[in-house]
Write a protein that binds this ligand. Structure first.
Ligand code: FAD
Length: 289
């Protein structure tokens, strides 16, 4: 973990672009609550195959102009160089200087994979098109990407994104800090040293967590799964247990030198805020670890 300790810590919250007027109002309330703790940035997801393109742009620009730097996610699958280039120009013209660059996943049955096949090609394209204007974040998978041929190949593919010009990474969420420590260790041995910020998923709902984790290849350890199962529909107990477990994991990560945390908020403020407050992150100077 030594390589990670040299980086300044940064803390961020991720949203998805709302579909309805009601969703927009809710996000505005969530944004206001989270802005109070002064995160380093917000980020906004991008639907597979460009399906949320306009909503992502609208949400990003709206959040950004309210004073907290906001980073769009941008996935290349299904898109052309020209479309992606136009999007980059819109963001640059509007003062956006950070992008989360991804391959993305095409929904089954939805057309061809596009001109850029992998995230390393997208990073390369963004550097060609916009030079060093954007700070580029890429995705990292401490438990490995579900489609990876093997662990070794996945690490090499991660390194390709760094060689192409990525500045830092955000991980897929995980519930086992050792997978993150091992991942960083493997990167260090390969000489890959960029900040790799753990992505944190607060636990609020058992069935959707299981569904989502199966899809993205995040493992829910048996002891967490069993405990959550035992609460049935008792959401108060699920949230309380989830908050304790995730707070402890974040503490362990930060104590070991993780360069910050990125919260998958799912457009809810309180689950992330409770963990944030338990950790005392707002008082960055006095943070106990
Ligand atoms: P890549 O880095 O391209 O890797 C994908 C797979 O291909 C891996 O198995 C890798 O080993 C392999 N691979 C990579 N490069 C090569 C190569 N050159 N040759 C051969 N094989 C290669 N999805 C969305 O749709 N919208 C979002 O907003 C979004 N945000 C995300 C944010 C974060 C922080 C994370 C961790 C994930 C996010 N995702 C999002 C999910 C992501 O799009 C999927 O996990 C997708 O399947 C992989 O994207 P990637 O950028 O990691 O792909």
């Amino acid at each position: 973990m030594e390589s990670q300790k040299q980086f300044k810590r940064r803390f961020s919250f991720e949203f998805f672009p709302p579909k309805t007027e009601q969703g927009k109002e809710k996000l505005q309330t969530v944004r206001n609550q989270l802005a109070e703790v002064n995160p380093d940035f917000f980020s906004v997801t991008f639907g597979a195959g460009g399906s949320t393109r306009d909503r992502t742009i609208e949400t990003v620009l709206n959040l950004h102009k309210q004073g907290i730097s906001t980073a769009p996610h941008l996935s290349c699958v299904g898109g052309t160089r020209q479309e992606i280039g136009e999007l980059l120009d819109v963001y640059k013209e509007n003062g956006i200087n950070r992008i989360v660059a991804l391959r993305g996943d095409l929904p089954s049955g939805m057309g061809a994979s596009g001109e850029l096949r992998y995230a390393n090609e997208l990073v390369e394209f963004i550097r060609e098109h916009s030079g060093d204007h954007f700070n580029l974040e890429v995705a990292a998978y401490p438990e490995f990407h579900p489609q990876a041929r093997n662990a070794e190949e996945d690490l090499k593919n991660f390194a390709r994104k760094v060689q192409a010009g990525a500045n830092s990474a955000i991980t897929q969420y995980f519930f086992n800090a050792d997978s993150y420590f091992y991942f960083i260790d493997r990167l260090e041995k390969m000489g890959v040293t960029i900040p790799v910020v753990p992505g944190i998923m607060p636990i609020v709902n058992f069935s959707s967590l299981v569904r989502f984790s199966d899809m993205c290849g995040a493992e829910i350890p048996r002891w967490i799964r069993k405990q959550l199962e035992s609460y049935g529909d008792d959401t108060t107990s699920i949230r309380k247990f989830g908050e304790e477990v995730i707070t402890e994991m974040c503490e362990k990560l930060l104590k070991a030198g993780a360069p910050g945390l990125h919260f998958y908020t799912l457009n809810q403020a309180q689950p992330s805020l409770s963990i944030w407050e338990n950790l005392g992150i707002s008082d960055r100077e006095k943070i106990a670890f």
